[in-house]
Design a binder for this molecule. Structure first.
Ligand SMILES: [Zn+2]
Length: 54
């Protein structure tokens, strides 16, 4: 089971991430804390659902 972390997002993205292992979230260079009203990243959603690991 992937470990959830504090939500973070990229200033130039419309989504936020909750997994450090998220392949999409890993590409975020300047992480900003919180969700900022964004939607949960699809990869993170799949990780949460157990469909994928990263
Ligand atoms: Zn993500």
């Amino acid at each position: 089971m992937a470990k959830q972390i504090s939500p973070f997002h990229s200033a130039d993205s419309k989504v936020y991430h909750i997994y450090g292992s998220c392949s999409s979230g890993k590409g975020v260079k300047k992480r900003k804390k919180g969700t900022s009203g964004r939607k949960l990243c699809k990869a993170c959603k799949d990780i949460k659902a157990g469909k994928r690991t990263r």
